[in-house]
Design a protein around this ligand. Structure first.
Ligand SMILES: C[S@@+](CC[C@H](N)C(=O)[O-])C[C@H]1O[C@@H](n2cnc3c(N)ncnc32)[C@H](O)[C@@H]1O
Length: 275
């Protein structure tokens, strides 16, 4: 018998977990803004901004004399970003529905272009990088954050590794757009080069994307983020067996009553080569 479990829409999932993820991943956004040297008065473009990361922090930094444009293809995600901008009273943050590979912005108009956890999901990343380069002012700066190798990203791999004990799980295909498309640093360097960028700096940051205070919270999070369908196809007893096994596997990660899952992110800073 297949159990009927509630299936949350992506928007419902994000409404539930947005504040937690924004809080836990704030150090990454801050570090990207620092590396991009975002300063008062500047104009900043955030590609694939989703719920407004790192656009919201950029808007705070550039202040009323500067402005930020955040673009994304998902209107529901942008609606959440607009709610955040309104709640924070940010009048200098504009959020538009736009494909990163078909940027409709004036050439040479941005001091910095940012993209946090976005490049690897794009269907046409080199086109997006070419468009980003055109959008940058001479001397402008590009900063991207991408996930590293699957074995260093347990938030994604751990629940799936446990699930593989119970059913076939789609393998991590590193050759198609997805979480690990830029796990190989050489691929990102190659695509940046193809788009006319030179890599200036690379660093890694380990950070959690979720935290839970009970096994039930941990399991609910993992179910919501990507495993809903794969789990719901299984009989109820098998689902429960996965929940128990996953909670057991995560046991060593608990500290002071909290369990956190995350991974290692690579941050890349690049400059346009002379045109
Ligand atoms: C993992 S989310 C990252 C969102 C945000 N930057 C963050 O760090 O929280 C990836 C985002 O890429 C967006 N996206 C996917 N393809 C896109 C495209 N071609 N152009 C613009 N955004 C795109 C998705 O809609 C989604 O919001």
């Amino acid at each position: 018998m297949t159990a009927e479990r509630p299936v949350l829409s992506p928007e419902e999932v994000w409404r539930r977990y947005d504040a937690m993820e924004a809080r836990l991943t704030a150090p990454l956004s801050e570090r990207m803004l620092e590396l991009a040297r975002v300063a008062p008065g500047q104009r900043v473009l955030d590609l694939a901004t989703g719920r407004g990361e790192p656009a919201v922090g950029a808007a705070r930094r550039v202040g009323p004399g500067g402005s930020v444009l955040g673009i994304d293809v998902s209107e529901p995600m942008l609606a959440m970003a607009r709610d955040r901008a309104r709640a924070e009273g940010l009048g200098n943050l504009e959020l538009k529905t736009m494909d990163a590979a078909a940027l409709d912005v004036p050439d040479a108009s941005f001091d910095a272009v940012l993209v946090r956890w976005g490049l690897m999901y794009l269907a046409a990343p080199v086109e997006a990088l070419l468009a980003a380069r055109r959008a940058l002012k001479p001397g402008g700066i590009f900063v991207a954050a991408v996930w590293s190798e699957p074995e260093r990203v347990p938030y994604f791999t751990l629940p799936r590794k446990v699930l593989a004990q119970f059913r076939a799980v789609p393998p991590n295909d590193l050759t198609v757009p997805g979480t690990f498309f830029y796990a190989d640093p050489l691929r990102l360097r190659r695509d940046l080069g193809a788009a006319g960028f030179e890599v200036e700096h690379e660093e890694e940051l380990a950070l959690p994307v979720m935290e839970a205070h009970s096994d039930a919270e941990l399991v609910a999070w993992a179910r919501a983020f990507g495993l809903t369908r794969l789990l719901n196809e299984l009989p109820e007893a098998t689902q429960r067996a996965w929940e128990d096994a996953f909670a057991r596997e995560a046991r060593p990660l608990w500290q002071d009553g909290v369990v956190r899952l995350g991974g290692v992110t690579r941050i890349v800073v690049a400059r346009p080569l002379d045109r």
